[in-house]
Design a protein around this ligand. Structure first.
Ligand SMILES: [Zn+2]
Ligand SMILES: [Zn+2]
Length: 50
């Protein structure tokens, strides 16, 4: 079992406590690993994980 205690974007370095904000509002995690935020995800790579 893999645990990810703190999410941190591997691209921009934002975290749960320091989310980057764009015209769409604060970013959100785009994967279960919480290492890629919505602000750093291009449309072609976008794959929502509910
Ligand atoms: Zn990011
Ligand atoms: Zn972000």
């Amino acid at each position: 079992m893999i645990i990810f205690p703190v999410g941190k974007c591997k691209v921009c370095g934002c975290t749960d406590n320091n989310a980057c904000v764009n015209e769409y509002g604060p970013c959100s995690w785009m994967n279960e690993e919480h290492d890629l935020c919505s602000a750093c995800t291009s449309d072609e790579q976008a794959e929502k994980v509910e």
